[in-house]
Design a protein around this ligand. Sequence first.
Ligand code: SF4
Ligand code: FES
Length: 154
Amino acid sequence: MTDRTSERAPDETPKLKEYEGEGITVTFEPRRCLHAAECVHGLPEVFDLSRRPWVLPDAAEAGLVAEVVRRCPSGALQYHPADGSVEHPDSPTSVRRTPSGQLVMRGDLLVSGAYGDRHETRVMLCGCGASGNRPYCDHSGPCAEPDDDVPEAR
Ligand code: SF4
Ligand code: FES
């Protein structure tokens, strides 16, 4: 159980872009996006980098949008269904280290950093110290090598 009284207050607020749909709203935190694959390959009619806005949450059924957002390994994408339901964290929590040191985590997480303590379900954390967005990885370090954080490449 989380002791919320010990949570750190945020020094600043993360910059989020919000894409509101009728059935589901998707948010995007650009500084955490690392992995050009899961969203655009999973639902190209919803996620299209060549379009503005690049996210159209109503272009697919809300449950499908949620399922593809949950594949986003960095947590850059989040979703908020209109019915008020929330994403359930993976159990058991998993941690995987990529060859260059990123920590890829899924589960019931409390991540401390410049934004205070944030409840997260999916994160990719910096393990090399080079990130300008610590504790999150931002591809400033050796992880910037092509395919380093793509699971199929290992
Ligand atoms: S799945 Fe997440 S990390 Fe990958 S490109 Fe989409 S938003 Fe970025
Ligand atoms: S592991 Fe990616 S910037 Fe450090």
